[in-house]
Ligand binder design. Structure first.
Ligand code: MRU
Length: 368
């Protein structure tokens, strides 16, 4: 995606130095655009945990490079054991997203084919790059499937703007490129369909207000930022035609974990008969869990994210305290939307019902 006139992915190997990976540090966007170098497992784990990088696909791609760094740091004598131990640091970063374990498992499986340490290092670099390319390609493809839903609504509205509500940032910043919730929107916009996006601010970290709004602005897509609680009102007054969100983990039975607040939007959409779609690459499917509400681990983050707000003041990114200094605060980062509230899942293979039958229909090789 473009930032100014330059095309960026969110993660790449540094030109001329394949022991360094570069990322866009998202913490101070949209006010500061900073590129950061990662060289070790520890730096990579910190970048994921402290959200220099974030979003399902991007944390997965970053984890893939983390395992490559593990191969560079492991001793020759205890290579496999060391890599395994270092991989635990990556796995411990963010519990809700499926993409981290997807990438780590893919790496460890691929490396088994290497006979020497050198071969394993080369495989790890190649696999990390494959995970990255796959993520971008899956997002591109799901955009091609998803835009058709927007096109259909646009036809029914005789070309009037299609109003799409989205939550958090499931845009290109959350993946390697294109994004998930945004991919159908970009595709529709690029094809000349009249769209307008309602962007939930998404407290406490404001990924909607800071990141989705910035992305859509860069691409020229008409949008309006709203406070998190506005969606229900807009839906009651015919001002939302559809909802598209991303997800951090979706069970193969169709339950969707996504940024906190998604469930409430899905309830409001159901009550108002508004289609509610979830866009995801297959790397986000959990093929083991069956009951998302009971089984998906929900990350709890530090309470300072709730107590403080961050923004630009006097030309500098600063934090301000919102609550009484000593008030306790809780910070649940995700919730689970049950399948019964979801109209459909948009994947790289097409669109399906949010149910075991629907998902396995698209991914028959996963049938047990
Ligand atoms: O906590 P984050 O910012 O890593 O949360 C992930 C998300 O961006 C959202 O939950 C998103 O809607 C799905 S992941 C692309």
């Amino acid at each position: 995606m473009k930032v100014g006139e330059k095309h960026y992915r969110t993660i790449w190997v540094k030109k001329g130095d394949n022991k360094t990976v570069q990322i866009i540090d998202q913490r101070n966007l949209p006010h500061e655009f900073i590129i950061e170098d990662l060289k070790t497992v520890e730096e990579t784990a910190r970048a994921i945990k402290d959200m220099h990088v974030r979003g399902a696909g991007l944390v997965g791609a970053t984890a893939g490079f983390g395992i490559y760094f593990a191969t560079l740091q492991a001793s020759k004598e205890n290579f496999d054991e060391d890599v395994k131990k270092l991989s635990e640091k990556i796995l411990a970063t963010r519990p809700t997203t499926n993409n981290i374990s997807y990438a780590v498992k893919k790496q460890l499986r691929a490396m088994k084919k290497g006979k020497t340490v050198q071969e394993k290092i080369s495989i790890a670099l190649k696999t990390a790059q494959e995970i990255t390319d796959e993520d971008a390609e899956f997002c591109r493809r799901l955009g091609e499937h998803g835009y058709k839903i927007i096109e259909e609504i646009s036809k029914k509205k005789n070309g009037e703007p299609v109003n799409i509500l989205t939550h958090c940032n499931a845009g290109w910043l959350a993946f390697v490129d294109y994004g998930t919730a945004t991919a159908p929107i970009y595709e529709a916009f690029n094809r000349g369909i009249n769209v307008h996006v309602w962007v939930d601010e998404t407290r406490p970290r404001n990924q909607g207000a800071r990141l989705t709004a910035w992305e859509l602005s860069n691409h020229g897509v008409p949008h309006t930022v709203i406070a998190d609680n506005v969606g229900g009102h807009l839906m009651q007054h015919g001002m939302v035609d559809m909802v598209i969100v991303g997800t951090d983990r979706t069970t193969h039975t169709g339950d969707v974990a996504n940024k906190i607040g998604t469930y409430l939007k899905a309830l409001a959409a159901k009550d108002n008969n508004i289609p509610f779609y979830v866009a995801l690459p297959s790397s986000t499917f959990d093929w083991e869990m069956k009951d998302g509400v009971k089984e998906i681990p929900i990350e709890e983050r530090g309470n300072e994210e709730v107590k403080y707000a961050q923004g630009l003041l006097d030309g500098k990114v600063q934090k301000v305290l919102l609550t009484p200094k000593d008030s306790p605060a809780a910070n649940y980062a995700f919730d689970v939307t049950p399948r019964r509230l979801i109209t459909g899942l948009i994947t790289e293979r097409g669109i399906c019902e949010a149910s075991e039958k629907g998902v396995l229909g698209l991914y028959p090789e996963k049938k047990k």
